[in-house]
Design a protein around this ligand. Structure first.
Ligand code: NI
Length: 136
């Protein structure tokens, strides 16, 4: 089994806010992500798939095709958008990196597993110091 990772970038705004808490408590827990008028992140998305190299190409999957797929299914929907308001698959969810990575997984999986590779990991880098990984 060989693992292949494709990296794509996008920028998006969001807000993390629990309506049943006070403003003070939201600020304490969510920090800058609770900013009333939104704020943004420069996200980096690492999508790892796994499979066996094809005898005719030596590839498990065409890396450019994978990039195009990520752009079409995810980046087009989220880049320069508001994750809380504009992104259908994040509706009514906390737009944490954890939930966002899980949402991205659910969007990508049916497209990737049409071919004979499997989705292995979605890594979402939110800041230089924080990333999450989801393995399904
Ligand atoms: Ni944030």
């Amino acid at each position: 089994m060989v693992y292949l990772t494709r990296i794509e970038h996008f920028n998006a705004a969001h807000k993390l806010y629990n309506k049943s808490w006070s403003d003070e408590e939201n600020k304490k827990v969510f920090g800058k992500c609770a900013n009333e008028n939104w704020h943004g992140h420069n996200y980096e998305l690492h999508v790892t798939i796994k499979g066996t190299p094809h005898p005719e190409t030596g590839f498990i999957y065409n890396a450019k095709t994978l990039g195009d797929l990520i752009k079409e299914v995810i980046v087009e929907k989220v880049d320069h958008r508001n994750l809380n308001l504009d992104v259908d698959f994040m509706k009514d969810k906390f737009t944490s990196a954890e939930n966002f990575a899980m949402g991205i997984w659910d969007q990508l999986k049916p497209h990737i597993e049409k071919s004979d590779v499997q989705l292995h990991c979605v890594r979402l880098v939110e800041t230089q110091k924080i990333y999450v990984e989801y393995y399904g």
